[in-house]
Design a protein around this ligand. Structure first.
Ligand SMILES: [Mg+2]
Length: 320
């Protein structure tokens, strides 16, 4: 499964994809997805919990990585979306696949670092794991938050060449450590299939078919309705917002600028839109000024982990 990585040059920021996006190599798509996640997180953290009119009043259009926001971040700093993804990715690399106890330990260790931001459902799951050793939360109809979806990129990369059923199994192993909800599972699994399709160079029309498949499964995900603004952390509102921005804009920068200016859970809509757009357009489509503004250590970890996960040949039969 190992792929040559020589076609990825991390210093090569400014190159735009050619007119045919299907020729972007796999390495640039997986690295683009990971950097897109971090850039979207860093960009959206500024406007998290703001309404679109508050954003307009304060920034006009928010289109640069400037930090601040309710977390008072340094410019280029990321939040739990990127940090939990890196923790999950490290656990996958260590075990050559998703093992629920290793994932739960990684999340627990991350929580010990006193992260600036942590979701309530995530905290509850980790606390429960620490006290009980149980790696699967009981199914809960109220836990359809976006917290498992936002960290799921490492699963898509490590299992890019596995079957959808194999991805579904490992996605639920990592998700259910904190979020056990069928609606959240469906949204996360749809995102994984869209990411993997994008890695393989599938067209935006094909990605749209996958999103439409989620809507056919659960009509609450319909996104061809009124404009989604100020989305909550409910995965349905998150993905509706991301899909509207992704399918109505035609480049990485416009997709991300659109989504973070809708406010609400903007670091997570930014992170998920960034993964999708980065996978679709490749790392070369991410504006150089955003990459330069991103925390240098985060950027390096994202690049390194993306390439390691891609070549992992992950175990498709997790034993936990
Ligand atoms: Mg966050």
């Amino acid at each position: 499964m190992a792929q040559p990585i020589s076609d990825y040059d991390p210093t090569d920021d400014g190159i735009r994809p050619g007119p045919d996006e299907s020729v972007v190599p796999l390495t640039r798509r997986v690295v683009g997805a990971y950097l897109g996640l971090a850039v979207g997180d860093a960009l959206g953290a500024t406007t998290e919990f703001m309404t679109p009119s508050e954003i307009r009043h304060q920034y006009g259009v928010h289109d640069r990585i400037r930090g601040g926001g309710w977390l008072k971040l340094k410019p280029g700093a990321v939040t739990d979306d990127t940090e939990m993804s890196l923790a999950l990715g490290d656990a996958i690399i260590a075990k050559c696949g998703v093992q629920a106890d290793a994932v739960a330990d990684a999340f627990s260790n991350w929580m010990r670092t006193k992260p600036v931001d942590i979701g309530n459902t995530v905290r509850r799951g980790i606390v429960r794991y620490r006290s009980s050793g149980v790696t699967e939360m009981p199914e809960n109809e109220h836990d359809a938050g976006n917290g498992a979806c936002m960290r799921s990129l490492p699963v898509a990369i490590a299992y890019w060449n596995a079957s959808p059923e194999q991805r579904r199994v490992v996605s639920r192993l990592q998700s259910h450590v904190t979020h056990n909800n069928p609606q959240a599972d469906a949204g996360t699994e749809c995102l994984l299939e869209m990411l993997v399709a994008a890695f393989h160079g599938d067209s935006k029309a094909r990605l749209r078919e996958l999103a439409d498949g989620l809507v056919a499964h659960d009509a609450s995900y319909r996104f061809d309705v009124r404009r989604a603004e100020n989305p909550s952390g409910w995965i349905v509102e998150t993905l509706r917002t991301v899909f509207q921005a992704f399918f109505t804009n035609d480049c990485f920068e416009s997709i991300l600028t659109d989504v973070v200016n809708r406010g609400g859970d903007a670091d997570t809509t930014g992170a998920i839109a960034g993964m999708l757009a980065g996978a679709h357009f490749g790392a070369g489509a991410i504006p150089a000024h955003w990459l330069k503004a991103l925390d240098a250590d985060v950027r390096r970890r994202c690049e390194d982990q993306a390439l390691t996960l891609m070549q992992l040949d992950a175990d498709i039969r997790p034993d936990s």
